[in-house]
Design a protein around this ligand. Structure first.
Ligand SMILES: [Zn+2]
Length: 423
C-alpha cells in the first residue's frame, strides 16, 4: 500500500520515538559502508533486506542493531531517489507527474528523499492545473496540495514547490491560504515577477479592493507585402481585432482584466520605404529570430511602424523552413513591458486557436501551461500546450485562471508606466 502523504504529514507533527534523525543517519552511514544492499530497479515491493547475508543478519540481531539495519535498508532504497528522478525525467512527458506521485508516496523513503522527489514533481506541477483543461493525465488536487504543502513546510525556500502550491491554491480560489505562502515566496525570490504578482493579488483580495481596469491603445502595422494579406488586414479588420482582444482576453469567469482601444493602423503601402529593420521581418524567408526582432523593435524610430505609447500589433506572413509561407506561427513578446505581437495574417479573426489572446498573454508575461495530451478539439487554457509548455495544445478557449490573472494585472501596471499611459 502506498505511504500516503497525509500519513507523512501526520508523522511530521507527531511525537516519534526511537533514535533521533541524526542518530539514524549516522547509523545508516556506518552500516551502508559495511553491508551491501542490492536494490531492484523499479520494484517498490521487493524486500529491503534482499542481499543482506543471513549470517550478517543474525549477527545484527545479536548485536541489537536490527533497527539500524532496517533503517539502512530503507535509506539505501531511498538513495534511489536521484536515480529514480533521472529515470522519470527520461519518460514521455505524459507519464511523469503520475510517476512522481507514486514515487513520493513510496513506503520507506526518508523525509529528505521524499522532499527531493516532491521538489522534482513540483517542477512539473507548477505548469499544470485542472483549471487549464482536461488532459489525459488526471490531477488529484487534494493529493497534490497535501504533497506540496508538506514539501513547503519542509523547505519553504524551494521555489518550485512554493510556486506550484500557490498556483494550485489561487486557481482554486483559496486566496487566504495562498497569502502566507506568497509572502514566503516573495521573501525568498524578491525579483521574481510571479512572486510579486501573487503577493499583490493576495493583499488586494485581502482588502477587497477591485483591480484597476487599465486601458491599452493598440497600434496595428502590416509588415507583409503579400497582397492576400493586404486584402484581409484592412483598417476595418484591425478595429475588429481590437474587439476580439477585448472579448477574448478574459478570465475563466469571462471578466475583463484590461481594456484595449484601437489607436492606429499603418498599411504596408505606408511603411514599405521605412528605414526600420522591422519591415524586413514581414516576409523574411528565414526562421524568426527573437533576438534580432527585439533589437529591430527597440531601435525603431518610425512612428508609423512603432507607436511608443501603444502595444504594437504587427501583421506578418510567417515563414518556416518546412512549411514555407504556409507557416502560421505567431509571437507575443513582453520586452520589459514594451510589448509587441507578431500575428500571421492567416490567423486574423481569431480563426485558429485563439492567437490574439494567446500572444497577448505572452505580452503580459505569461508562459505556456500544460494540458497533457490535449487534442486539437480539447477545451484548454489560452496559454495551453499539449505537453507541459511545448507545442500548441487544444482550442485555447478557456479564460485565464486567478494565478495567471494576477500576473497579467501586475504587468499591466508596469506596462502602463513604461508606455507612459499615466494613472
Ligand atoms: Zn505561445
Amino acid at each position: 500500500m502506498p505511504h500516503s502523504i497525509e500519513q507523512v504529514v501526520h508523522e511530521q507533527h507527531g511525537n516519534t520515538s526511537g533514535p533521533s534523525a541524526g542518530q539514524r543517519r549516522r547509523n545508516a552511514d556506518i552500516l551502508t559502508e559495511t553491508l551491501p544492499v542490492r536494490r531492484q530497479e523499479g520494484n517498490a515491493g521487493s524486500s529491503p533486506l534482499r542481499g543482506v547475508k543471513r549470517t550478517m543478519w543474525k549477527k545484527a540481531v545479536q548485536n541489537g542493531t536490527v533497527l539500524g539495519l532496517l533503517v539502512i535498508a530503507t535509506t539505501a532504497r531511498a538513495q534511489d531517489a536521484a536515480s529514480e528522478i533521472a529515470r522519470i525525467e527520461k519518460q514521455p512527458r505524459a507519464g511523469r507527474v503520475a510517476s512522481y506521485e507514486t514515487l513520493a508516496n513510496r513506503k520507506g523513503f526518508s523525509e529528505k528523499d521524499r522532499l527531493t522527489v516532491i521538489a522534482a514533481f513540483a517542477g512539473h506541477a507548477r505548469n499544470l492545473s485542472p483549471h487549464y483543461g482536461r488532459g489525459t493525465s488526471p490531477i488529484d488536487v487534494e493529493r497534490w496540495r497535501a504533497m506540496l504543502a508538506w514539501g513547503h513546510e519542509q523547505d519553504p525556500r524551494n521555489r518550485d514547490i512554493a510556486a506550484a502550491l500557490i498556483q494550485l491554491l489561487l486557481d482554486d480560489g483559496k486566496t487566504a491560504d495562498a497569502a502566507p505562502i506568497a509572502k514566503t515566496f516573495l521573501k525568498e525570490s524578491p525579483d521574481d515577477h510571479a512572486a510579486k504578482a501573487w503577493d499583490q493579488w493576495c493583499s488586494r483580495k485581502g482588502k477587497g479592493a477591485p483591480p484597476p481596469l487599465r486601458k491599452f491603445p493598440l497600434h496595428f502595422c502590416v509588415l507583409t507585402r503579400n497582397p492576400e494579406a493586404a486584402k484581409r488586414a484592412t483598417r476595418e479588420q484591425c478595429v475588429k481585432e481590437t474587439a476580439i482582444f477585448n472579448e477574448s482576453f478574459r478570465t475563466l469567469a469571462r471578466a475583463p482584466l484590461v481594456e484595449f482601444a484601437f489607436q492606429g493602423y499603418s498599411p504596408y503601402a505606408e511603411i514599405r520605404n521605412s528605414k526600420s529593420e522591422l519591415v524586413q521581418w514581414g516576409d523574411r524567408q528565414k526562421p524568426y529570430d527573437s533576438g534580432q526582432v527585439l533589437k529591430a523593435f527597440n531601435t525603431c524610430d518610425d512612428a508609423k511602424v512603432r507607436d511608443r505609447g501603444a502595444i504594437n500589433v504587427y501583421i506578418v506572413d510567417s515563414y518556416a523552413p518546412r512549411a514555407g509561407f504556409d507557416d502560421k506561427t505567431s509571437h507575443g513578446v513582453r520586452n520589459s513591458n514594451r510589448p509587441y505581437l507578431f500575428i500571421d495574417w492567416e490567423r486574423l479573426g481569431s480563426n485558429i486557436q485563439n492567437a490574439e489572446p494567446h500572444e497577448m498573454g505572452h505580452a503580459f508575461g505569461l508562459d505556456h501551461v500544460g494540458v497533457i495530451g490535449a487534442k486539437g478539439t480539447t477545451s484548454t487554457n489560452i496559454m495551453a500546450s499539449a505537453a507541459e509548455g511545448f507545442g500548441s495544445g487544444g482550442e485555447r478557449d478557456l479564460g485565464f485562471t486567478d494565478s495567471q490573472a494576477a500576473l497579467i494585472l501586475y504587468h499591466a501596471e508596469r506596462t502602463a508606466d513604461r508606455l507612459g499611459l499615466g494613472r
